[in-house]
Ligand binder design. Structure first.
Ligand SMILES: Cc1cc2nc3c(=O)[nH]c(=O)nc-3n(C[C@H](O)[C@H](O)[C@H](O)COP(=O)(O)OP(=O)(O)OC[C@H]3O[C@@H](n4cnc5c(N)ncnc54)[C@H](O)[C@@H]3O)c2cc1C
Length: 387
C-alpha cells in the first residue's frame, strides 16, 4: 500500500461491526479500506454465542453461508450454576463459535466483496476534517507511516473506541459498577467432556459470572464478567475464574484446563456521541452493556446493517443530517436492549435473588419453560422493532 491513499469509505476495526460494514459497502461497489490493529486471525475475550437476532441478521444480509462454514455448535438452553445448585432455562436457538473462526470468516467475506484489508495497523482518526474527507493515520510494524482519507469513516473499533482518542467529543462514559471482561478458548482434549452440549453453562459467583459453551471443532469458549475489585486485590484472572467455577460446582478437569486468559477494558460504557462530521460509531465503539445471550454481536451486526446505507450516501455526498439520522437510528434500534437480557443480567449481579430463583426453578420446572418463552418473545419483538 502507498503511504497516502484515498478511498470511498474507511472502516476501523475488523470485529463483527467492522467486517459486516466493509462487506456491505464493498458489495455496493465502494472502494473500502478495512483497517485492524491486531494480526488476524486473532482471539478475543467473548463467549462467541450468537443469538437468533444475530443469526437472522447475518442470513438476511447474505452471510448465511459464511456462518454455516464456521461449523459452530447450536444451543437451545442455559444452565445456571450457583452455590452448587443448578437450574436450566430453555432459550431460543442460537449458535456458539469462537471469535477466532467467526471474525476471520466475516473478514474473508468482506475481502471477497471487494474490501481491502490491512491488519496490524493501529490507527487514529485525525481531528481535522477537510471539505471532502476525513483522514486516518497508522504506523506499520516496521515503523513506516501511512495515512488514508475517505468521505466517510466508520469507527467499529470496540470498547472505548481507541482510534478516536484525539477526538475528545467522542469520549466514553464508564458505568461506575462496570465489570471487566475475561475470556479464553479451551482446546485441551477431554477437558470439556463433562460440559453439556447445546447448552450455555453459566456459573455465578459473588465476584461475577463465567459462561462456557461448546463451539466448533471440539473447542470451548469461556467468557466472564468480573468485578474489577477482585482483580485489583492481586488475584490473577485465571485464579478468579477457577474460584467462581469451583464454588459453582463445575468439573475440576475443565477448571484445570483454563489458560491464556485475555481481558477487556470496563465493559459497561457508552460513547458521549455516536456520530460526527463524516464519522459514525458502530458496535461496541458506540456503547455496550453486559455480555449475555449473544446481545453484543447481534447489536454490532444490526448496527452495521443500519449504518451502511447512511455511509453509502455519505460516500457520495456528505450532509450533516446523515449524522443526525444515525444518532436517531442508533437510539431507536440499538440502545433499546432486550428486557429479558437486562433482567437476567440483574439477577446474576444479585446472588440472593439468584438463590431464590434457582430454588423456585427446582421446585417448579415449568417456570423455566415460561421464562424461555418470554426470552423468545422479547427477542422476536426486538427483531420486529429493528426491521
Ligand atoms: C466477556 C465478554 C463476553 C461476551 N460474550 C458475548 C457472547 O457470547 N455473544 C455476543 O453476542 N456478544 C458477547 N460479548 C460482546 C461482544 O464481544 C461484542 O459486543 C462484539 O465483539 C462487538 O463487536 P464490534 O465489532 O463492535 O467490536 P470488536 O469485536 O471489539 O472489534 C473491534 C476491533 O477493532 C480493533 N481495533 C481496536 N482499536 C483499533 C485501532 N485503533 N485501529 C484499528 N483497529 C482497532 C480490535 O482489535 C477489534 O478487532 C461479550 C463481551 C465480553 C466482554
Amino acid at each position: 500500500m502507498q503511504s497516502t491513499s484515498s478511498w470511498d469509505a474507511i472502516v476501523i476495526g475488523a470485529g463483527p461491526a467492522g467486517a459486516v460494514s466493509a462487506f456491505l459497502l464493498g458489495r455496493q461497489g465502494l472502494q473500502v479500506l478495512l483497517v485492524e490493529s491486531k494480526r488476524f486471525p486473532r482471539t478475543k475475550a467473548c463467549g462467541g454465542c450468537l443469538n437468533p437476532r444475530a443469526i437472522t441478521a447475518l442470513t438476511s444480509l447474505g452471510l448465511g453461508d459464511t456462518l454455516g462454514g464456521c461449523c459452530g455448535e447450536s444451543f437451545d438452553r442455559i444452565r445456571l450454576h450457583h452455590a452448587r445448585k443448578c437450574a436450566e432455562v430453555p432459550l431460543p436457538s442460537g449458535m456458539s463459535i469462537t471469535r477466532t473462526t467467526f471474525d476471520s470468516a466475516l473478514v474473508e467475506a468482506a475481502i471477497a466483496a471487494g474490501a481491502e484489508f490491512v491488519s496490524e495497523a493501529k490507527c487514529q482518526v485525525l481531528p481535522r476534517v477537510d471539505r471532502s474527507s476525513r483522514t486516518i493515520r497508522w504506523s506499520s510494524t516496521n515503523g513506516a507511516n501511512f495515512t488514508a482519507t475517505a468521505p466517510i469513516v466508520l469507527a467499529c473499533d470496540g470498547l472505548g473506541h481507541p482510534s478516536l482518542h484525539e477526538l475528545p467529543e467522542f469520549e466514553s462514559t464508564i458505568a461506575p459498577n462496570s465489570r471487566i471482561g475475561l475470556g479464553t478458548v479451551i482446546a485441551r482434549d477431554g477437558a470439556a467432556d463433562s460440559l453439556p452440549h447445546h447448552c450455555i453453562t453459566m456459573a455465578v459467583g459473588n465476584s461475577g459470572y463465567v459462561g462456557l459453551a461448546h463451539a466448533e471443532n471440539g473447542r470451548v469458549s469461556l467468557a466472564a464478567a468480573i468485578s474489577p475489585l477482585v482483580l485489583s486485590s492481586g488475584t490473577s484472572p485465571t485464579t478468579v475464574l477457577q474460584q467462581i467455577l469451583h464454588s459453582a460446582g463445575i468439573d475440576q478437569t475443565l477448571i484445570d484446563a483454563i489458560e491464556a486468559v485475555r481481558g477487556t477494558p470496563p465493559i459497561t460504557q457508552r460513547a458521549n456521541a455516536v456520530a460526527g462530521e463524516r464519522l459514525f460509531l458502530v458496535g461496541d465503539a458506540a456503547g455496550y452493556v453486559e455480555p449475555f445471550t449473544g446481545e453484543g454481536m447481534a447489536a454490532a451486526i444490526e448496527g452495521a446493517s443500519l449504518a451502511a446505507p447512511l455511509a453509502f450516501e455519505a460516500a457520495r455526498q456528505w450532509r450533516p443530517e446523515l449524522a443526525d439520522h444515525w444518532r436517531r437510528q442508533y437510539a431507536r434500534s440499538i440502545r433499546s436492549r432486550q428486557l429479558a437480557c437486562r433482567s437476567i443480567a440483574w439477577l446474576v449481579r444479585h446472588p440472593q435473588a439468584l438463590r431464590w430463583s434457582l430454588a423456585a426453578l427446582a421446585a417448579q420446572p415449568r417456570i423455566g419453560t415460561t421464562i424461555g418463552r418470554w426470552i423468545g418473545r422479547s427477542q422476536i419483538q426486538q427483531e420486529q422493532h429493528t426491521t
